[in-house]
Design a protein around this ligand. Structure first.
Ligand code: URA
Length: 229
């Protein structure tokens, strides 16, 4: 909602008077003076007029989880346990996933009730890095590094995958950094070089790293720094 409309409605002064008080610097959004009458204000922002609360902000929730294998990246599932089932928060039903992992994949999953935050993190133009540890059935040839960097053509979507960084850690072990998130992307990329992923684990999304002390099935709220990164 635009700030003038919100102040007019919740402050019961009407939109015209709301514009006057905003321009005069009497309105604060999350503690900061805001003079933009058309500023979009989401449901989480606390809005004050002359230091009096006009509208209490909602509770923003940002969670990281170490997803165990066998748990589905969904909010509800008739058959399987979901990541949301594992979160003990009174408002957990408001949460949505910021990118999914396959049921067999382990590692970092992010959840939030803040749609603007998840949109920013998922926006294709932001090219946020997703880092995976991969174990494969067969030996990964050195030439794969070049192939992953060049990209693979996916018929279904009619596109070529963006340059991905493959770092070989062992004969059948690698770290893969993607800057996009297509359906089953890691598995499909390895399939294209005639190999097969036998274990997949996500270590990082953007600047948010799965901490070593967070055991499978464990979760915690993100810190302010992690949310802002
Ligand atoms: N790529 C996959 O193939 N699976 C995942 O879970 C994530 C990325």
């Amino acid at each position: 909602m635009k700030l003038d409309r919100l102040v007019g409605k919740h402050g019961r002064i009407g939109r015209t008077a709301a514009r006057r008080v905003i321009v005069a610097g009497r309105v604060r959004v999350d503690g900061r003076v805001e003079v933009g009458i058309s500023q979009e204000v989401d449901r989480f922002a606390r809005v004050e007029l002359d230091g009096e609360c006009v509208r209490e902000g909602g509770r923003r929730i940002h969670v990281m989880m170490h997803k165990p294998a066998g748990v589905v990246s969904a909010t509800r599932d008739a058959e399987h346990v979901t990541v949301v089932d594992l979160i003990d928060d009174p408002d957990r039903d408001e949460l949505h996933l910021v990118g999914r992992l396959d049921r067999s994949t382990t590692g970092l999953v992010l959840l939030t009730n803040d749609g603007n935050w998840s949109k920013r993190l998922m926006a294709p133009e932001k090219k946020v890095a997703k880092v995976y540890l991969v174990e494969t059935r067969d030996v990964i040839p050195v030439g794969a590094v070049e192939e992953f960097a060049r990209g693979f053509y996916f018929h279904t979507e009619d596109l070529t995958t963006a340059p991905a960084e493959l770092e070989l850690l062992g004969e059948r072990r690698a770290r893969l950094t993607l800057h996009e998130g297509r359906y089953h992307q890691v598995k499909r990329m390895f399939h294209r070089i005639g190999n097969r992923v036998v274990a997949l684990h996500r270590e990082r999304v953007g600047e948010i790293v799965l901490p070593a002390e967070l055991a499978p099935g464990g979760w915690r709220y993100l810190t302010k720094e992690e949310v802002e990164a």
